[in-house]
Design a protein around this ligand. Structure first.
Ligand SMILES: O=C(O)c1ccccc1N[C@@H]1O[C@H](COP(=O)(O)O)[C@@H](O)[C@H]1O
Length: 215
């Protein structure tokens, strides 16, 4: 099955079009002020409207959001799902409140950090942020891909953190990830997406043959 690809932190048309042309399964918009990929709801709405029916799922990324933060964005942007950095109970509240699929980002350092149960729709398994980072993700740091080998995920999941066109195929094979998520690794500078790197990343991920794919 084809490995699902999410291109996160999209802020312009060229990046969105490269992700769609390459066959990304999801595109992500970051609503988090300290990120170099932060996007205004107005700009995100313009980009989200370019995604045709049947195109990639439009995912909004939020860090410890209040209900008002999400309401503010959803008042302007049509999204198909949310990626949240919050504890499971809060993520469940968000899911119930907004009625959208919720994927929770989980920072993993050891096997013990891998969830075995969740009421959510998906998990984004990524490296822990380095000490001193202003953001919990998007730091271009890889986790030990062997940690997820043999893990029995309770729901759909994707691997994230430090992936790029050169390492993604190896990361998929080592981790058994059915889907991958990238931000920094397809940029020419922080927050500046490269259409060429986006195409190369998707081609590398799609070049890996798995017996099970993204659900
Ligand atoms: O991309 C960001 O700036 C960001 C900010 C705050 C939380 C998460 C963020 N990005 C997500 O982090 C992972 C890994 O990113 P990277 O490929 O290592 O840059 C991914 O899920 C991004 O969507």
């Amino acid at each position: 099955m084809t490995v699902g690809v999410k291109i996160c932190g999209i802020t312009d048309r060229a990046a969105l079009d490269a992700a769609m042309d390459g066959g990304a399964r999801w595109v992500g918009f970051v609503f988090f002020g300290p990120s170099p990929r932060n996007i205004t709801p107005t700009m995100a709405a313009t980009l989200a409207a370019r995604v045709p029916t049947g195109g990639p799922g439009r995912i909004g990324l939020f860090v410890k959001p209040t209900d008002a933060d999400i309401e503010h964005v959803l008042g302007t942007v049509t999204l198909d799902g949310l990626q949240v950095y919050a504890p499971e109970p809060r993520a469940m509240e968000i899911r119930a409140r907004f009625g959208l699929p919720v994927w929770r980002a989980v920072g993993v350092a050891t096997r013990a950090d891998l969830p075995h149960d969740t009421g959510l729709d998906g998990l984004v398994i990524e490296s822990r942020a380095p000490a001193g980072s202003t953001r919990p993700g998007g730091n271009a740091v890889c986790l030990d891909w062997g940690l997820t080998h043999g893990w029995r995920p309770p729901v759909a999941w994707m691997l994230a953190g430090g992936l790029n066109p050169d390492n993604v195929a190896h990361a998929i094979m080592r981790s058994d990830a059915p889907a991958v998520d990238v931000s920094s690794g397809v940029e020419s500078a922080p927050g500046v997406k490269s259409p060429a790197l986006i195409r190369a990343f998707i081609a590398s991920a799609h070049g890996v043959h798995r017996t099970t794919g993204a659900t």
